[in-house]
Design a protein around this ligand. Structure first.
Ligand SMILES: [Zn+2]
Length: 373
């Protein structure tokens, strides 16, 4: 019997990746949008190791431990061959077990998978409900914190006379982090709360930016055990959603950047008359899942089976993505291409383009130069 015929192969691949990680005793990994990220079990490389829970692909960017499934992970971490890894995962070779035992194991694997899916769904529902609670506690942005923060980012009252209704604030908002199994309040203070709406217009997540109490009221510096923590966190399910900063009636163009500030900059520059300005929250959300193409690191082609990716509403005739200057240009470009191609596939006739917001360069100049390309 060859490896490929071994019925345990199907069984091994049905074991959720997270279970294999647990059984292997790999610790310290943190869940980050469908991935586990953290120290490498082989070389210890800090935050260099990642496992994609959906595809099973894993990679350490330090020691190059890599592979694509449960068996490869066991082989890599335990340094054993294919057969031993399979036995470690599924027990003895099939010749030694009967059909009933195999069926029992398959049921067990299916059950584990179902339980994991249910747990994920429960987690998602709880996160959305938390987001709605935060939103309902937040006050309209024109009353406080939001103006002070935006002012610190250069948005004067003259540039931005009206605060978008998508931006609210809470004066005393806890910054809660899950450390191990416990929820720890790491920080507390003023916070800008941006509503993230799904395609149906329902609030499914909030984007939170903690703001420094002291002038000039820029991003808060949050530290935990000597380490800097991000001042911006999303709570809820942001999938396919956006922060709708401005949607003028009769609008036919949608301009979208990753972040609130980038998108607002494009908005106040106002090169696209009567355009809507929405922030896409993050590149992954704007791009959706990308097709894997042999020999290419980033194909830039959308995997159209991803039903959770952002797609512009049907009134959008022109979609403009803003490319930020400060991220990896090749990856960023591929992700934006992926998102635009997806949008064009779903909305035939849609015009799509990318404009650059270069680091330290006036977005206005770039908009003027690139807009008709
Ligand atoms: Zn490593």
């Amino acid at each position: 019997m060859t490896h490929a015929d071994d019925p345990r192969l199907v069984e091994a691949k049905a074991i959720p990746m997270a279970n294999v990680v647990d059984r292997l005793g790999i610790v310290g990994l943190k869940r980050q949008s469908g991935e586990l990220i953290g120290p490498c079990p082989l070389c210890g490389g800090r935050d260099r190791f990642g496992i994609n829970l959906r595809t099973g692909a894993f990679l350490c960017r330090k020691c190059d431990l890599r592979g694509g499934d449960q068996i490869a992970l066991v082989r890599g971490v335990q340094g054993v061959d294919f057969k031993a890894a399979l036995t470690w995962l599924c027990g003895n070779a099939p010749a030694e077990i009967d059909e009933a035992e195999r069926a029992r194991r398959r049921r067990k694997a299916a059950e584990a998978e179902r339980k994991q899916r249910e747990a994920q769904e429960r987690y998602r529902r709880k996160a959305i409900s938390d987001a709605r609670t935060i939103w309902s506690k937040a006050r309209p942005g024109h009353l406080g914190v939001v103006r002070a923060y935006l002012q610190s980012r250069g948005f004067t009252e003259q540039l931005l006379p009206e605060i978008p209704t998508a931006l609210r604030f809470i004066v005393e908002h806890p910054y809660v982090k899950k450390i191990g199994r416990e929820l720890v309040t790491v920080h507390r203070g003023p916070c800008m709360i941006a509503g993230i709406l799904n395609p149906a217009g329902e609030l499914t997540a909030v984007h939170q930016t903690w703001v420094d109490r002291d002038p000039p009221h820029s991003k808060a510096r949050i530290q935990f055990e000597g380490e800097d923590m991000p001042a911006k966190l999303v709570r809820g399910s942001k999938k396919a959603g956006a922060i709708r900063l401005s949607t003028p009636p009769g609008s036919e163009a949608l301009v979208m950047g990753e972040g609130i500030e980038t998108t607002l900059t494009a908005m106040v520059v106002g090169h696209y008359p009567n355009a809507a300005y929405w922030a896409g929250v993050d590149l992954g959300n704007m791009a959706g899942r990308m097709k894997k193409v042999e020999g290419r690191r980033y194909s830039g082609l959308p995997d159209m089976s991803d039903r959770d990716a952002f797609v512009p509403p049907d009134w959008v005739k022109r979609l403009v993505f803003i490319m930020d200057g400060d991220s990896d240009p090749v990856m960023t470009r591929a992700k934006l291409d992926c998102g635009l191609r997806r949008a064009m596939a779903v909305r035939p006739g849609l015009k799509a383009q990318i404009i650059h917001a270069g680091a330290g360069v006036d977005l206005n100049d770039l908009l003027m130069g690139k807009a008709d390309g």
